[in-house]
Write a protein that binds this ligand. Structure first.
Ligand code: ATP
Ligand code: MG
Length: 464
């Protein structure tokens, strides 16, 4: 049974984690798809921009400069580096014209979000007798022709294009003038950068995200609730088994004694002797009383605070406690007992139900003796603070491990390491004690360390 439940929990946890991972993966996939679709849409809008003659003519003006520079370069009047510098200067001077026109065209599209744009040069190559690359050159690999400045790595590509044209130049290098042809290849790359793309896509997915988060929380809640009920069921069944074992154990001795005593009544020899007959009847009576007491204990000690009908009255607290201690000392025979007392005489009276309150203190004293080794050493202290009465019962017994302390006041709970064979009980004493204290609007707390001893503190507010 125990193994089955453990497996059930393990499988449920794994299934839950797997489900969460799958859901996370699906959401991420949807996000990626939506993001790509969004980028694709923006790209199509930009590609649809009408490259009217104004835009084209600005590129043509720049190419005119390129042509002139190439003529100078071919006549060895300049270097590639200078050609590139001149081309950049020209691009800079034309940039605002080009970009403003571009922006105007983009505004017609009415996208509803900002898109930065630029036109880059990928390469400029002269083809004549041999190929001569003007750009890229050494470390110069980035050439923004027109548009905004932004990092290429953050951008999305819009399009790549290539022009291949034939041009002439006048060659003056060999003291005679002749016209030379060459082919010029220019590769362009248009890029765009949508600053808010992640948040735009995120907003588009908000409904889906909230929905799945809500479902996730509901699922987590249901999962937690089921696990909790399962654990509670498991605990209840363990407690029930313990209780049945304990009560059978408690009933065994008186029933066995009763059996022997009734058997002896059948014996003629005993029947003929009045003293032995009396003796057997006394045993039967005592055992009967013991069984009756045990059943009463289960019935009454299981009551809840709200079912206890308190008969509150002002009790002179010091004599009341002294009485309980005296009575208790008389009832203990099993081991040597030493009780130290430190009472605070500040106040005389406390409003309590003397019957129930003495039962609560008796239960605590009984435990202090039961869960001490050879000798029981107890200290009882009273105090007043913040309009409350405090009663502290401290023992030097076997103590209670930390993790068990939270369960002490539960019905039928017994600490498994408390040598339960030697110390019989039903696990009801502390439950009943707490219910009595709660009925008095008070609290009971425990502080304990294994092998060092335990301290139980009762706090009762002084009701005027
Ligand atoms: P009964 O119903 O007869 O009182 P019980 O003594 O086992 O049975 P509780 O008085 O409710 O039940 O105590 C619950 C458990 O708490 C005990 O079984 C014991 O393990 C632990 N315990 C209680 N008081 C002490 C103490 N003073 N020192 C160490 N362990 C204690
Ligand atoms: Mg007890």
């Amino acid at each position: 049974m125990k193994l089955k439940v453990t497996w059930l929990i393990v499988i449920s946890v794994i299934a839950f984690i797997a489900l969460s991972v799958i859901q996370g993966y699906l959401i991420y996939n949807t996000y990626t798809l939506k993001r790509n679709a969004f980028i694709q849409n923006t790209r199509s809008e930009i590609l649809n921009i009408d490259y009217n003659k104004h835009l084209d003519s600005i590129v043509d003006t720049w190419e005119e400069t390129l042509k002139n520079q190439i003529a100078d370069y071919k006549n060895k009047r300049t270097t590639k580096q200078i050609v590139l510098n001149k081309l950049r200067q020209k691009a800079d001077s034309l940039n605002s014209n080009y970009y403003n026109l571009y922006k105007e065209e983009l505004a017609h599209k009415d996208l509803g979000y900002a898109v930065s744009y630029k036109k880059n040069i990928e390469s400029i190559v002269i083809f004549d007798k041999e190929n001569d690359t003007i750009f890229p050159l050494a470390e110069q690999t980035n050439f923004k022709l027109f548009g905004n400045d932004f990092q290429n790595s953050k951008a999305n590509s819009v399009s790549v294009s290539r022009t291949f044209s034939q041009y002439d130049y006048i060659d003056q290098t060999e003291n005679k003038i002749n016209t030379q042809h060459y082919n010029l290849e220019i590769k362009f790359k248009d890029l765009m950068y949508i600053k808010d793309k992640n948040s735009i896509v995120f907003k588009q997915m908000l409904g889906l995200l909230i929905g799945s988060l809500f479902l996730f929380v509901v699922m987590l809640g249901l999962f937690y609730y089921s696990l909790k009920s399962l654990m509670a069921q498991k605990k209840i069944s363990a407690v029930k088994t313990d209780f049945i074992n304990n009560i059978t154990h408690e009933l065994k001795t008186p029933l066995a004694t009763l059996g022997i005593a009734t058997k002896s009544l059948k014996n003629q020899q005993i029947l003929s002797k009045p003293e032995t007959l009396q003796n057997s009847l006394a045993i039967i009576d005592r055992q009967n009383e013991r069984i009756q007491k045990l059943i009463d204990q289960v019935m009454t000690n299981s009551l809840k605070a709200q079912h206890l009908k308190l008969a509150l009255k002002n009790v002179e607290i010091i004599p009341f406690l002294n009485h309980i201690v005296e009575d208790f000392k008389l009832s203990v025979e099993a081991k040597p007992l030493q009780i130290a007392i430190a009472f605070n005489h500040q106040e005389k009276e406390l409003k309590i139900d003397p019957f129930y309150f003495s039962t609560a203190i008796f239960n605590l004293l009984d435990n202090a003796v039961k869960y001490s080794k050879e000798k029981a050493k107890i200290k009882i202290t009273t105090d007043y603070n913040n309009n409350c009465f405090f009663l502290v019962i401290k023992d030097e017994g076997i103590g209670i491990p930390k993790k068990e302390q939270q369960h002490l006041f539960e019905k039928f709970y017994r600490v498994s390491s408390s040598n339960l064979q030697a110390n019989q009980g039903l696990g009801l004493g502390l439950y009943y004690t707490q219910q009595i204290i709660l009925a008095h609007q008070g609290t009971i707390k425990v502080k304990s360390e294994k092998s060092k001893g335990s301290t139980f503190t009762i706090k009762i507010p002084k009701i005027q």
